[in-house]
Design a protein around this ligand. Sequence first.
Ligand code: ATP
Length: 303
Amino acid sequence: LMQLFRPLDMLGWVYRSIRQGLIDMEAMFDLTDTPAEIVDAPNAAALTVPNGHVRFDNVAFGYEPERIILKGVSLDVPAGTSLAVVGPSGAGKSTLARLLYRFYDPTSGHISIDGQDIATVTQASLRAAIGIVPQDTVLFNDTIGYNIGYGREGSSQEAIEEAARGAAIDGFIAALPHGYDSMVGERGLKLSGGEKQRVAIARTLLKDPPILILDEATSALDSRTEEAIQSTLSAASRGRTTIIIAHRLSTIVGADQIAVLDAGEVAERGTHAELLAKNGLYAELWARQAAERELEEVVGDPA
Ligand code: ATP
């Protein structure tokens, strides 16, 4: 496929779209394979994930050599725990997630999973171990059943329906005129942001990865949908090592640890309570968002 599309502008477009963010990276990978500069090391072994312990060890990175985005980030996420990454816009939060999925290699430092440097294992095995719930899920012009089943090739209808239940989208699907065979996407039924996110959660439940990346949507869903999605997400992340790229602090209060990224460096790290007590950057962000939430309540929910 790569050979066929290489001369076409389309590939460039898809490639740029991928680079822009965590937009359904897994779906895109089918089309483009992987960015050219990331290649498997010769004799790369398959990653084995008995536990799911993720470590960032002094990771530095810049998209361009003259502009460093991450300046020696070290983070330790014990197996089965959650890490929320917060911080000002542009601090490098999503970049951390892209490096873990090995869209890029760090300029220096290492990222490891259960002690294996991710640069030394096959990309296929790495990506099989990581599930992503992106900000904005791209749906295929196909049935909703297909869109969920994409999470794991060859899934049975029972497994698809179980994942839909796990993502609390089964009731919605049951009410569609053609149920799981209803067409969605550009040429079918348009789903709301919350519904699309549930499809992404269902896909991830089918994939059943030991490591999960949740890229929280920047655009606010209405608060009731938001709460419902949050509880589905926390159920989905139980027992998995979870990295949450968070924009709203209210959603990550319960995270096992919170890292505040500021200008490419970990400025603070701790639990919500510890960070509030520190009275530093996190406490400041928290106070600002709390004031914004209050204002929203007075003015009314924007959605
Ligand atoms: P936000 O909260 O706004 O999503 P973030 O903390 O997730 O921000 P990143 O998306 O990691 O920030 O981006 C960090 C910096 O890297 C930004 O200054 C951004 O402009 C830059 N950047 C992101 N992607 C690319 C890219 N593909 N090429 C060049 N620079 C990029």
